[in-house]
Design a protein around this ligand. Structure first.
Ligand code: ARG
Ligand code: ASP
Length: 669
């Protein structure tokens, strides 16, 4: 009996021990990993990664915009991130006359660099464990207020690690004068579009180039033509030597959200309830939008960005469901909990934990589901939202540019019908039921709204007031929308989350073999691994490097996502790759993307991926489809992150952009 328990314990810890490349580590605590990293090919020290007394790599990494990462690559504030991270800024700067999305943009001189209103980047100044200070009575507000006063542009946040067992202060310095230096055309930066999104083999040149500007004192300053390029403490040298299978890789960035320690109830909710509901609803929306796009080129453009963002998570969730199934995560979690329960049984401080957690899930699953249902149906409709904005005195002229009444009407009919169908008994807003009864059906009610709202057209939208039928609809659903349930994950609801604090503490006591790293929460992390292919299917191995030959193989002028720019075709024809040509498998080619085993998630887009010497070898931008369950369980045999090879970035800047003058300020190795 004893042996059996021991064996199961061993097995469990084997299953859940952070394996070779799992983990997103806090840079200030990286000393615990440095031995392992060095044994795998890392040549630098922990102080090179994070140091508050002298420049370290963290000073070359930024939080870019609202949820991406970027990296400094010159002493003059030059910055790289993904094309899909710069997309909003590039779109905002684009017009019919200057269509930078379609044709790309290269500044040619400092004067030509374009200010991006509203775009900001933040450097981590320092991080500090403040658990004890808070425990001894200091208030979080005080700590934050003091940190904000430390310097110009400073702001601070306190973030929970391990569900609050540790609390860390993060002090950031924000720069608000960020300018566009260059971007490839979408046919390179978004090559493969949604078709190839989350897919390997990949050929996307997903990068864009910006520059940070600062005041004469090199401190953060609002935009001014007098501002100077920011001189960072540190920037990444660039390796032009490339990588090969097995080489050490490290990713330094801002992963957004993982939940590796949740119990089976949470996995059950994700796998059986939430993901399937959201996938089905988005399938309906995407069908409607795609059909409209195919019928009208104007709609294709109007709904391109919306389609992309709906499809991105839609595809991710499908991969996640398959991954959880394939790994048997739910069953593994159940077994793990059983073992834990028998250990906890004799420990009064922990023995009731699982029961309390399960009870909390039972109470909160329903309301959280309703919140998700709102968010994925009625809250996605544009006409009601615009009407509410207009009624509040805001202009909706901009929004109308990318709005089609009939598309939104079709979406509204489908989503309201689903909202009613999927809503648990007795939970529909009463006012909505009255309206539907009054008009006879959900479709008839939607037609009434879409036929009569003054927000139908940009010209009359300003006259929208609270009595407008679309504004009224918005008010009805908004009123009952349980926004208090809109937290990152079900498990982050206060009533559930409070139990994870003692649970994690207990796990750390019980499961000594497991290496614990805090879940991602958009704070700076280090992930390390190596360049590696993987077995995609029985008998089908995916090699970790793609090349320009693969771009040309996908070339198809008939298909929007695969329409290769003529310039790239010409270069390929002539094989005149200049200094960018390398021998790959015995042929002269240009590398494009590569795979590695780093543990990443949303927010890691744009992150620097570096070799053992700390040189930039690429920019992270995606994972393979079958990796996406890594937000819940990481599987080292299959989870791969996708980066654009820095050699392709240099090739595009030089040969497509004609902007090789930028090389002068880089440190090329
Ligand atoms: N899947 C990547 C991420 O989650 C890239 C998304 C942008 N690309 C796209 N085709 N929608 O952000
Ligand atoms: N594409 C994601 C991002 O934008 C990265 C990922 O989910 O792997 O952050």
């Amino acid at each position: 009996m004893k042996r059996k328990v021991l064996l199961t314990l061993l097995l469990c810890s084997f299953i859940f021990t952070a394996s070779a490349d799992e983990g997103m580590w806090l840079p200030s605590l990286i000393s615990s990993r440095i031995k392992d990293m060095r044994s795998k090919g890392f040549r630098l020290t922990e102080k090179d990664i994070y140091d508050i007394n002298r420049a370290s790599l963290k000073d070359a990494v930024v939080l870019f915009g609202r949820g991406c990462t970027g990296e400094l690559i010159s002493p003059e504030g030059l910055l790289l991130t993904n094309h899909h991270c710069g997309y909003g800024a590039i779109q905002a700067l684009s017009s019919l006359e200057h269509d930078y999305l379609t044709y790309g943009f290269w500044a040619q001189s400092r004067q030509g660099e374009l200010p991006c209103e509203g775009l900001e980047v933040s450097f981590l100044v320092r991080m500090e464990d403040v658990t004890d200070r808070i425990a001894t009575g200091q208030s979080e507000k005080e700590i934050i207020a003091a940190a904000c006063k430390e310097g110009k542009g400073f702001y601070a946040q306190i973030e929970n690690m391990y569900y609050g067992n540790q609390k860390f202060l993060f002090v950031y310095r924000r720069f608000t004068d960020v300018r566009l230096v260059g971007t490839p055309p979408s046919a390179i930066g978004k090559f493969g579009g949604d078709t190839d999104n989350w897919i390997w083999p990949r050929h996307t040149g997903d990068f864009s180039v910006f520059r940070i500007y600062a005041g004469a004192d090199n401190e953060p300053a609002d935009y001014s033509p007098q501002n100077k390029p920011y001189r960072p403490k540190r920037h990444f040298p660039i390796s032009t030597k490339g990588v090969k299978e097995g080489d050490f890789t490290m990713i330094y960035g801002f992963p957004g959200n993982t939940q590796e320690y949740v119990i089976s109830d949470a996995v059950d909710y994700i796998y059986n309830i939430s993901d399937p509901m959201k996938i089905a609803l988005r399938t309906k929306r995407l069908d409607i939008i795609t059909k409209a796009q195919e019928s009208d080129p104007k709609i294709r453009i109007q709904y391109a960005a919306k389609h992309a963002s709906i499809a991105n998570a839609w595809k991710k969730w499908q991969g996640e469901v398959l991954g959880i199934k394939r790994l048997g995560t739910l069953e593994k979690k159940l077994r793990y909990e059983q073992e834990f329960a028998s250990w906890a049984a004799s420990r009064p401080e922990y023995c009731h934990l699982l029961d309390s957690m399960k009870a909390a899930y039972n109470r909160n699953r329903g309301p959280y589901y309703i919140g998700e249902l709102y968010a994925e149906t009625v809250m996605t409709l544009e006409l009601p939202k615009m009407a509410a904005m207009a009624a509040a005195g805001k202009s909706v002229v901009q929004l109308h540019k990318d709005f089609n009444l009939e598309v939104d009407r079709a979406l509204a009919k489908a989503m309201l019908a689903e909202f009613v169908r999927l809503m648990p008994e007795g939970k529909l807003p009463e006012a909505l039921e009255v309206k539907v009864a009054q008009f006879g059906s959900t479709d008839a009610y939607i037609d009434h709204i879409y036929n009569n709202s003054l927000c139908r057209e940009a010209a009359t939208a300003a006259q929208c007031d609270k009595s407008d039928p679309a504004a009224e609809f918005y008010a009805i659903v908004r009123k009952e929308y349980p926004s208090q349930y809109r937290v990152r994950n079900l498990s982050n609801l206060a009533e559930i989350q409070r139990w994870y604090r003692p649970y994690l503490k207990a796990l750390m006591e019980w499961d000594g073999k497991r290496s614990f790293y805090p879940d991602a929460n958009l704070t700076l992390r280090v992930a390390y691994g190596s360049v590696a292919g993987y077995e995609y299917a029985d008998g089908e191995w995916h090699v970790p490097q793609t090349t320009i030959d693969g771009i040309i193989a996908k070339d198809n002028p008939e298909i929007y996502d695969y329409n290769v720019p003529q310039r790239l075709r010409d270069i390929y024809q002539s094989k005149d790759y200049g200094r960018h040509g390398v021998m790959i498998d015995g042929r002269k080619s240009v590398p494009v993307c590569f795979l590695a085993t780093n543990h990443t998630t949303g927010g890691n887009s744009g992150s620097p991926i570096i070799n053992g010497r700390g040189e930039l070898i690429g920019i992270n931008f995606d994972r393979t489809w079958r990796s996406t369950m890594s937000d819940v369980e990481f599987d080292p045999t299959i989870c791969r992150n996708i980066s654009v090879d820095i050699r392709y970035v240099l090739f595009v800047i030089d040969r497509i952009g004609g902007a090789s003058y930028l090389f002068d300020e880089m440190t090329l190795k």
